[in-house]
Ligand binder design. Structure first.
Ligand SMILES: Nc1nc2c(ncn2[C@@H]2O[C@H](COP(=O)(O)OP(=O)(O)O)[C@@H](O)[C@H]2O)c(=O)[nH]1
Ligand SMILES: [Mg+2]
Length: 273
């Protein structure tokens, strides 16, 4: 019970911080955060969850797919803004469809997206990378058009089954390596903690003490080569109709840190100019 009250207060503080947040460079807004990861990892659900936490009620904006169609997804790149009372939050989440090897977005296109060459709402082609002549290709991107933080989204259970998804992991690692070379900060959202541990499913508070969750985070860290402190375990809003303090706290905490990473990156880029 004490935890619940504490999380309620902490969520309110986080929400207040996010409400007051202004990017360090007013020319580079909104901050652009790219979500990537396998189909079904919970990217769209995360966008909905962020929307729900910011709104204080469960919303269903990004239209999660409850049935995973056998690979016939469209390779769209969608940018989501979040509404404040009379404006928008100064950050956006960009959702790209799965990283599945042959059917997915090509690494070349992801590099172009990271570098700011691809305008919003572009539909990728799994066979042909975007041409520089395409009207949606931005030949001279500025810092504002680039990706300011790369977030890999993985479900807690899929981490132990990564052997089966070798191709996706290889592609994720490649994208992460490229982003590292570009100096883009990165984080990992580990979704579906409820499915990975029955104790957590019964009581989300247990996420802090669950051995299973700790193991998954360590495995994720060693598989992808990311420090545990950059891995954020969350449970998305996917079935429930009301928001929950602990779920809110985990989501808002992850969001707040990611937004700060993006802001620090922009600051460094400007300082180095
Ligand atoms: N139990 C549970 N299910 C989730 C969670 N996040 C997403 N899901 C479910 O996982 C499925 C795939 O999610 P979706 O957001 O469409 O994945 P995407 O392909 O990465 O956009 C959907 O049925 C969601 O309801 C979570 O944290 N816990
Ligand atoms: Mg999706």
């Amino acid at each position: 019970m004490q935890h619940v009250i504490k999380n309620n207060r902490k969520s309110k503080n986080l929400l207040e911080k996010l409400n007051n947040f202004q990017p360090v460079n007013s020319d580079v807004t909104p901050l652009r955060i790219l979500l990537h990861g396998p189909v079904g990892a919970g990217k769209s659900s995360f966008i909905n969850s962020v929307d729900s936490c910011l709104e204080g009620r469960v919303t269903t904006r990004a239209l999660t797919s409850s049935i995973l169609e056998g690979g016939s997804f469209t390779l769209e790149c969608k940018t989501f803004k979040f509404k404040k009372t009379d404006s928008f939050y100064p950050f956006t989440l960009i959702d790209i469809c799965g990283l599945e090897d042959k059917k997915g977005i090509q690494t070349q296109d992801i590099i172009k997206l990271l570098n700011g060459h691809i305008r919003n709402y572009y539909t990728f082609n799994s066979v042909k990378a975007i041409s520089e002549e395409d009207p949606k290709y931005n030949k001279n991107p500025s810092l504002k058009d680039k990706i300011h933080c790369l977030v890999s989204v993985l479900s807690a259970n899929s981490i132990s089954r990564m052997e089966e998804k070798k191709d996706v992991i290889r592609k994720m690692k490649e994208v992460r390596r490229i982003a590292s070379n570009l100096g883009i900060p990165q984080a990992i959202i580990m979704t579906k903690v409820d499915e990975a541990c029955p104790l957590v499913k019964a009581n989300l508070e247990k996420v802090y003490t669950s051995k299973k969750i700790k193991e998954k985070m360590e495995l994720c860290s060693s598989t992808l080569g990311v420090p545990v402190s950059y891995i954020f375990p969350i449970k998305n809003y996917h079935e429930e109709h009301t928001t929950n303090n602990t779920a809110d706290f985990l989501i808002l905490d992850a969001l707040q840190r990611i937004v700060n990473f993006a802001d620090d990156y922009v600051k460094d880029q400007v300082d180095n100019d």
